[in-house]
Write a protein that binds this ligand. Structure first.
Ligand code: PEP
Length: 245
């Protein structure tokens, strides 16, 4: 069984003062890899304040350098000691028109620079109701595989995040999560990827009261945590729920 990873996604939240307070209450949890993915301007502050927790960003440019105003390269994130970067979060897909191919190129850029991309995939409610959840996830994964190649898929983390569960206060249930996670593992294996080495996180309204159940589902190798990662006690409780017993 893979060691679990719990990654917090702070989204567009924080201030120097609020981050300071949150950081003082975060601590490493033995037996679990923990990371926080923070807004770019706070990378230096958070990087200095973390103890035994790794740093991540929430987006990265597909480009390395040049006339791309507003972009942040993977090499810049490495300079700030980032280990992870979230790529293809559904909010970026829906609100910032990031498409499957661009997400593949971002994942490849991250890997090339030595970062671990946390590549998010997941269906909308309409797609789930149409019975297309795994088809959509497969299409999103195929676009990444096309750019990255099977040999390097093991250098990323995947996050299954059903769009309808993000920020909704209600997570997917254990059966729904298990079906897609085992489907992703089988899909990877069928493409010739060393699927057992790829961590597949679940994200979507993970809270202290459902984390134990969700993390016990087969093929769930941790979580990507949005809202609850801003509340230190909740985040720490979720991290402890990921300790493999
Ligand atoms: C997320 O933003 O990746 C997420 C899972 O959010 P939440 O935990 O708030 O649903």
């Amino acid at each position: 069984m893979l060691k679990k990873l719990v990654a917090g996604n702070w989204k567009l939240n924080g201030s120097l003062a609020a981050n300071e307070a949150l950081l003082s209450a975060l601590a490493a949890v033995p037996g679990v890899d923990v990371a926080v993915c923070v807004p770019f301007p706070y990378l230096a502050q958070v990087g200095e304040g973390l103890r035994g927790i790794e740093l991540g960003a929430q987006n990265v440019s597909e480009y390395g350098a040049g006339a791309y105003t507003g972009e942040v390269s993977a090499a810049m994130l490495v300079e700030f000691a980032c280990r992870y970067v979230i790529v293809g979060h559904s909010e970026r897909r829906a609100l910032f028109a990031e498409n499957d191919a661009a997400i593949g190129r971002k994942a490849a850029a991250a890997i090339k620079a030595g970062l671990v991309p946390i590549v998010c995939v997941g269906e909308t409610l309409a797609e789930r109701e149409a019975g297309q959840a795994m088809e959509v996830v497969g299409r999103q994964l195929a676009a990444v595989l096309d750019v990255v190649g099977a040999a390097k898929m093991g250098q990323m983390v995947l996050a299954y995040e059903p769009v309808w569960a993000i920020g909704a206060g209600r997570s997917a249930n254990a059966a729904q999560v298990g079906e897609v996670h085992s489907g992703i593992r089988a899909w990877l294996r069928a493409q010739g990827v060393a699927a057992d080495d790829v961590r597949i996180l679940y994200g979507g309204s993970v809270k202290p009261d459902n984390a134990v159940e969700l993390f016990a589902v087969a093929d769930v190798d941790g979580g990507l945590i949005g809202g609850a990662s801003l509340v230190a006690d909740d985040f720490m409780t979720i991290c402890r729920a990921a300790v493999v017993k």
